[in-house]
Ligand binder design. Structure first.
Ligand code: SAM
Ligand code: SF4
Length: 329
């Protein structure tokens, strides 16, 4: 098992399949994009599947989320989903995507064994989308969402980051849009993980503000907290349910004490936290001939050293060198 020194057990593995992306969301990367990882540094599909198998078969991983960058840009995505879904015990398997290309891929992904998707959608307004994501692709995202629902990748969850003065007036319209289609929205506080280090606390729309806006229009009642488990979202029933909305107060309501996550970057580094400043190199060990047992031991050691919390409020807080797109959000 992957246990840290505070007794937390990591069972939820986030795998970044690529650091590349076809959008340029301003809270994530600069307009010109980033210097992408050179191909030889990326894990191959075989290497990814080998490491995920070690996680599932030897280390107690029960949930696998494929992310990025934009995971739909990874050509072998359907193959990787099929291979991970064939592992025993079968992990719960999901993808976080910006939705571009999902119209074409939702069916094949569901057939290959994908259970669910989270699609990021921050605005319903085309011009705001272009301003925020710097690409004119809102139509593709909406088509991707509809295809995910039609393919049975349910419940389709919608991730939204609100930014002050950009889309913070869209909390209610986004929730209404989701309610009408049976999607489950998750509003996420903006975190200091952008490549350009432009995050400012004053610009962050807090969980309290999001809830205040939503309760102007809807009655929200906290869902059974026991059902939350180690999930970061606080879940609320909307107008008595069954519709639900989640609010993820990563910064103002940290959930580090219940965290069960561990991350594998696209270049094969284990990170025990989004905000970790150290990584453990499984790619190098694997390419030098390490056995499955040796890789598992290295991975377990990396988790053991996990810090108590992200420390964003600490005086000496250092934003990690890797941005969200390269860690795997
Ligand atoms: N490209 C995919 C997407 O956008 O869904 C997957 C990767 S993206 C890094 C994963 C999630 O992280 C998205 O929902 C995105 O909105 C969120 N995200 C990116 N940068 C963020 C930040 N600085 N603060 C909070 N969430 C962020
Ligand atoms: Fe790309 Fe996702 Fe980052 Fe947006 S949040 S730039 S879609 S990786």
């Amino acid at each position: 098992m992957l246990v840290d020194s505070f007794g937390r057990v990591a069972t939820d593995l986030r795998v970044s399949l690529t650091d590349r992306c076809n959008l340029r969301c301003s809270y994530c990367m600069p307009p010109e994009g980033l210097e992408w990882l050179p191909k030889p540094e990326l894990l191959t599909a075989d290497e990814i599947c080998r490491l995920v198998a070690i996680g599932v078969e030897r280390l107690g991983i029960t949930e696998v989320r494929l992310t990025g960058g934009e995971p739909l840009l990874r050509r072998e995505l359907v193959e990787i989903v099929g291979r991970v879904a064939a592992l025993r015990p079968r992990p719960h398997l999901s993808v976080t995507s910006n939705g571009i290309g999902l119209a074409r891929l939702a069916g094949p992904l569901a057939e290959a064994g994908l259970d669910r998707v989270n699609v990021s959608l921050d605005t319903l307004d085309r011009e705001t989308f272009v301003r925020l994501a710097r690409r004119d692709r809102l139509g593709d995202v909406l088509a991707g969402l509809a295809a995910a629902e039609a393919a049975g990748l349910r419940p389709v969850k919608v991730n939204a980051v609100l930014m002050r003065g950009v889309n913070d007036h869209e909390a209610v319209p986004l929730l209404r849009f989701c309610l009408e289609r049976g999607y489950e929205p998750r509003f996420i506080e903006q975190m200091p993980l952008d490549a350009q280090h432009g995050w400012r606390r004053e610009d962050m729309v807090t969980a309290d503000e999001i809830l205040a806006r939503l309760t102007e229009e809807f009655a929200l009642t906290p869902d059974d907290p026991a059902a939350r488990g180690s999930a970061p979202a606080e879940i609320f029933l909307v107008d008595g349910g069954p519709a639900r909305v989640g609010v993820i107060g990563s910064v103002t309501r940290p959930f580090c004490g219940a965290c069960d996550r561990v991350r594998l970057t696209a270049d094969g580094q284990i990170r025990n936290c989004l905000f970790a400043t150290e990584e453990s190199d499984l790619r190098g060990a694997m390419r030098a001939g390490a056995s499955d047992g040796e890789l598992a031991a290295r991975w377990a050691a990396a988790v053991r050293g996990k810090r108590a919390g992200h420390g964003i409020d600490d005086e000496g807080f250092l934003q990690p060198a890797r941005p969200m797109s390269a860690i795997g959000g």
